[in-house]
Unconditional design. Structure first.
Length: 134
């Protein structure tokens, strides 16, 4: 009987327990998922006008697109102009270092671009930029 118990103990001593390593891997996976930044698209493909100067943006952008029909798109939803400032404030609350990037179609009127710029100023956005084709 003693020989059988000794063989079983020797078998268990030779095995490697992977449970702690898997715990560490899952914790790292959760950490990287939580800390990653996802860009939320505006939801409308814009044909940009050509620009003479372009400045790079930093931080998590808040993308707002303007269609040729005057539709304002944000987070793949059409936003009524009266709700625009509130939606920008909500996104700024999620990530305070964000910039508002206006993606205006070349056939869109300036009225809607100015409306978005004013809403971003009222929402206390630190920076507002108009995206254009390079």
């Amino acid at each position: 009987m003693k020989g059988f118990a000794r063989e079983k103990a020797d078998e268990q001593a030779g095995e490697i327990d992977l449970t702690p390593m898997l715990d560490v891997v899952f914790i790292l996976l959760i950490f990287f998922i939580v800390t990653s930044v996802f860009v939320k698209e505006a939801g409308y493909e814009v044909l940009y006008p050509e620009a003479s100067t372009v400045e790079p943006t930093s931080g998590d952008p808040i993308l707002i697109a303007v269609s040729p029909l005057g539709e304002i798109w944000m987070d793949k939803d059409i936003i009524p102009p009266r709700n625009l400032r509130l939606r920008i404030e909500q996104r700024l609350a999620e990530s305070p270092n964000s910039c508002v990037v206006i993606q205006a179609d070349q056939a869109a009127t300036n009225e809607f671009v100015l409306m978005i710029m004013n809403a971003a100023r009222e929402a206390q956005s630190g920076c507002t930029q108009i995206a254009a084709e390079e």
